[in-house]
Design a protein around this ligand. Structure first.
Ligand SMILES: C[S@@+](CC[C@H](N)C(=O)[O-])C[C@H]1O[C@@H](n2cnc3c(N)ncnc32)[C@H](O)[C@@H]1O
Length: 194
């Protein structure tokens, strides 16, 4: 039977579909064109909420229009702010946090994610995760800053305490041009002493 090994975004989606259900709270750390924000808003349902971030007003507006057309704007809080402000701006614990690094397609590539703010953001997102919650990060090592981010995330994820977190990396090993990779971190349920 023919099958497809898929891409980092698909792998993230498969995991997120397990972690995010009706009523869930989710962070979209990089709203961009709003595709991820939209499908997350569908997944969380009417009782759920998505907190979405982008530094570019253009991204926020594109996302606002997309959500409005789908009738899903009421379930989403849009922040025209850097995701490094998650701790301050997200008012409650979340079931999942999603990052799709890089730049807004068709816009200025200089306004891309950067290793230092990405590190601050994923750390803050882990703090916000409920036990059993999931963080996914798609990183793009096909360009220099993306490689720096991938390497930084690798060191960060490897150092997470194994009793508290399951951290994994999924990546193609032999493809040209360094395709996107997926980091996924699950916050484990705390074992309560009897
Ligand atoms: C690859 S795009 C995201 C694609 C998006 N998830 C979608 O579905 O269309 C990356 C986005 O991250 C944004 N970005 C860059 N630095 C950021 C930061 N510090 N905080 C939040 N967003 C940032 C960029 O402006 C860009 O829109």
């Amino acid at each position: 039977m023919a099958f497809d090994m898929k891409s980092a975004r698909h792998w993230a989606e498969e995991l997120l579909r397990q972690a995010v259900g009706p009523g869930a709270r989710v962070i979209d750390g990089t709203m961009g064109n709003g595709y991820d924000t939209l499908w997350l808003a569908e997944l969380v349902g009417e009782a759920g909420r998505v907190y979405a971030f982008d530094i570019q007003l253009e991204a926020v507006e594109r996302t606002r229009v997309r959500l409005d057309e789908a009738g899903l704007l009421p379930r989403v809080t849009l922040f025209h702010a850097g995701h490094e402000r998650i701790a301050e701006l997200v008012p409650e614990p979340v079931d999942a946090a999603v990052f799709n690094l890089g730049w807004l397609p068709g816009a200025d590539k200089a306004l891309r994610t950067r290793a230092d703010t990405t590190l601050a953001a994923v750390s803050a997102a882990l703090e916000k995760l409920k036990e059993g919650g999931l963080l996914t990060v798609c990183a793009y090592p096909g360009h220099e800053e993306g490689r720096v981010e991938r390497d930084m995330l690798l060191e960060w994820a490897k150092a997470l305490p194994s009793a508290q977190y399951d951290a994994m990396l999924r990546a193609y090993l032999n493809q040209p041009n360094d395709p996107p990779v997926l980091f996924a971190v699950k916050k484990n349920l705390r074992r309560h002493a009897r």
